[in-house]
Design a protein around this ligand. Structure first.
Ligand SMILES: [Zn+2]
Length: 454
């Protein structure tokens, strides 16, 4: 056993060594020393640039910056390459981003885009193979293994997270229950019938399952077999993770991806639960200053920029995700992997709300609220009047109309002021009072007269 596995042993609380080994879908790559990983990236980057150069808009951008594929000799040349953006993908014809003939495309998915036209993402047969392998790795890294029964609660249509995770779970050898979207009550029923041990959901839906279990008086530990939740596709926080873990009696893991980058499978948390490992043999990740585009150092927050190295149908170079995060400064993780880790996403650049001239991410509010055991995880930031902020928070029934409720409201307001510099009025509500959305959670309601609704 090497030193890294010994450390893993400890963080797993003493489970058998073979269990630790199972968390590597492909140990020969996942356990490579960092310098070997960088060699793979270097080799694949050159090929990825050649492929991307076949895409007219990328070729145009490269020519504008006076850079040719031959100029990219190593990773140090990465910053010579132009960025690509969501706007690039929305500008022209649907098929403009293709680097292969249309007849080589075997699948399309789209981003969930609620306001704009969604981004279409294309896959060749080989792309689908690689993608499902990445999702098998994601599941394995969280401790899922053959014998587990996997429930997918996400839509199995255009949304990448549905079919993607199903393919990954099958590849890893889990028993798949492809339930898809249904009421939390129905999901609980299916969890019970099939003895679900691992499930995939968006975090706000995991909370709704916990609410329903509470309402129905289900004893989760006794009646269900849940072990692992793999959650993502909407902004959430470490505090929300702890709450979901407690309420559903599971280990919850974050993962990262975007439809433009091929869906989930870019990065995932390992059992150490401290940051998400990027599958660096398939992606190069940078963090840049969103204003200047300059690369930032590890531990500096900025915009996540991702270059996929594996995509045949739709290669992208230095894709600006709009997600704010940082690369962690850590040489080797407890799990033994030396693939770089990114922090949780703090927010999206376009999610930032300006209140009285101060930038506010909803996640900052979530972090403060969820530190308190009296809340159930549901909250809404309401902007009204002339830049007034009200935060509505659902709390457990028994504390409403007690002295503790008044105290808690004042305490929350004080803590919110201290972390965000903004004065907010806190209103405590009984469980079930805030609207639950069918898709991704809405945490902000902008009713301001000065800035218009959002
Ligand atoms: Zn790790």
């Amino acid at each position: 056993m090497d030193a890294a596995s010994a450390r893993c042993w400890r963080c797993l609380g003493g489970v058998a060594f073979t269990e630790v080994e199972l968390q590597f879908r492909n140990p020969s790559v996942e356990k490579l020393p960092r310098k070997e990983i960088l060699k793979i990236q270097e080799r694949k980057l050159k090929a990825a640039v050649e492929r991307a150069f076949q895409v007219p808009f990328i070729r145009r951008k490269m020519r504008e910056q006076d850079v040719a594929p031959d100029d990219i000799r190593g990773l140090e040349d990465l910053s010579k390459l132009p960025f690509t953006t969501k706007e690039d993908l929305l500008k022209g014809d649907l098929f403009d981003a293709l680097a292969v003939p249309r007849s080589s495309v075997v699948r399309v998915h789209t981003s969930s885009g609620t306001t704009n036209r969604p981004v279409v993402t294309f896959y060749t047969r080989s792309d689908l193979e690689t993608w499902s392998e990445l999702l098998a790795r994601n599941l394995a890294a969280t401790g899922a293994k053959p014998g587990d029964v996997f429930l997918n609660t996400a839509g199995q249509g255009m949304f990448t997270g549905g079919l993607g995770y199903i393919a990954g779970a099958e590849r890893l050898g889990l028993t798949v229950v492809p339930m898809g979207p249904a009421s939390p009550e129905r999901q609980l029923e299916v969890m019970k019938i099939f003895g679900i041990t691992v499930f995939h959901a968006i975090p706000s839906f995991a909370l709704r399952i916990a609410d329903a279990a509470e309402r129905l008086g289900i004893d989760i530990e006794r009646e269900l077999s849940l072990r692992i939740g793999i959650l993502g596709a909407e902004p959430w926080t470490e505090e929300m993770r702890r709450l979901i873990e407690k309420r559903l009696s599971i280990k919850a893991y974050n993962n990262y991806g975007a439809a433009e980058l091929g869906g989930p499978g870019v990065a995932v948390e390992c059992i150490a639960q401290r940051g998400m490992h990027v599958w660096e043999d398939h992606f190069i990740v940078e963090v840049v200053d969103p204003k200047t585009g300059e690369q930032l150092e590890p531990e500096e927050d900025g915009e996540l920029v991702v270059t996929p190295l594996w995509r045949e149908a739709m290669p992208l170079l230095r894709y600006r995700t709009g997600d704010v995060a940082r690369i962690l400064d850590e040489k080797r993780c407890e799990c033994g992997r030396e693939m770089a880790k990114i922090s949780w996403i703090h927010g999206r650049l376009d999610d930032m709300i300006k209140v009285r001239g101060i930038g506010l991410y909803p996640s900052a509010v979530e972090k403060v609220i969820l530190r308190h055991p009296e809340v159930n995880g549901e909250y809404l930031v309401v902007l009204e009047g002339y830049d007034d902020v009200k935060v509505q928070v659902e709390v457990k029934e028994q504390i409403l109309n007690t002295e503790r409720a008044e105290e808690l409201a004042e305490q929350l307001s004080r803590e919110l002021k201290a972390t965000t510099m903004l004065k907010m009025r806190v209103e405590l509500l009984p469980p079930g009072s805030l609207p639950r959305s069918e898709g991704k959670a809405r945490r902000v309601l902008d009713l301001r007269r000065v800035h218009g609704g959002g």
